[in-house]
Ligand binder design. Sequence first.
Ligand code: AHG
Ligand code: MN
Ligand code: MN
Length: 334
Amino acid sequence: MAQKISLTRYLVEKQRDNNTIPSHLRLLLEVVARACKSISQAVNKGALGGVLGAAETENIQGEVQKKLDIIANEVLIEANEWGGHLAAMASEEMEGIYLVPNRYPQGEYLLLFDPLDGSSNIDVNVSIGTIFSVLVKPEGAGVSEQDFLQAGCKQVAAGYCVYGPQTTLVLTVGDGVSMFTLDREQGSFVLTQENVQIPADTKEFAINMSNMRHWAPPVKRYVDECLQGKEGERGKDFNMRWIASMVADVHRILTRGGIFMYPWDKREPEKPGKLRLMYEANPMSWIIEQAGGAATNGKTRILDIEPSKLHERVSVILGSKNEVDRVTRYHAEA
Ligand code: AHG
Ligand code: MN
Ligand code: MN
């Protein structure tokens, strides 16, 4: 039987063989993975662990927090603050940045996360996840929010962990995408797929159709053509999926292709989109690109967007390359 490669071994070998992962980044990734294991444990306990339901608080975006949003946020902070690999963290669930306390050594990395993605699915036992992104702190003394405002193309690592029927960790450090499955008996993540590639074409789209009447014309045009199926412009039938957990939708796309859209719409015209650039769009876009797909806001490649604030929102269209290119063309033609 082929030997199982643990995440630890995978990272050690990467560091040793091609030096794609400096030792502090390796430590960081191991710590994040350990935190994800612990979140996975809490998710699995569900009602037995008293982790379901809403907390009595709202986050900075005015969304009611779920108990698990807060638990996952705390787990990630506690796991990461003492190792000496980080300068600061930022989270969808915290208004400002979190500085590593003075009593611990300061590292060179910045960690950003959506501790619990797909919160509306927690209580109904549907897949949820954690998304993270790693940047290098710019030179200079101290750390400020400004240090975090780097375009997605500056990321040095990104990943997510999906808590579904299996717990799967997906990772990139810029040389392709690898997947690890949590082996609960061993208590470790095991490499289960390397060099993940998204098919360039697809017959599957993911968008919240209930917002259709608010969409911009290019998005409407694209989805209308999908719905026309064999008889229409596209000449083939399409299937639709919407899990309402970006992690789960993106994971499906990485596995079998597809396009995911949470576009700008005219409900709140001033708001660029629902999803968050720093915690959701950037890490997912890099993973998608590393697997041969594409990611845009319709006009600009997501990874080229210069952020102007930590909790910035963005319109997101990502997945199979040819489909994303088509939606981009519809935007250009509009
Ligand atoms: P979060 O739970 O971190 O707030 O993110 C939820 C996001 C994303 O995961 C998902 O694709 C989208 O919101 C679902 O939104 P709708 O409920 O509007 O479909
Ligand atoms: Mn989210
Ligand atoms: Mn979240």
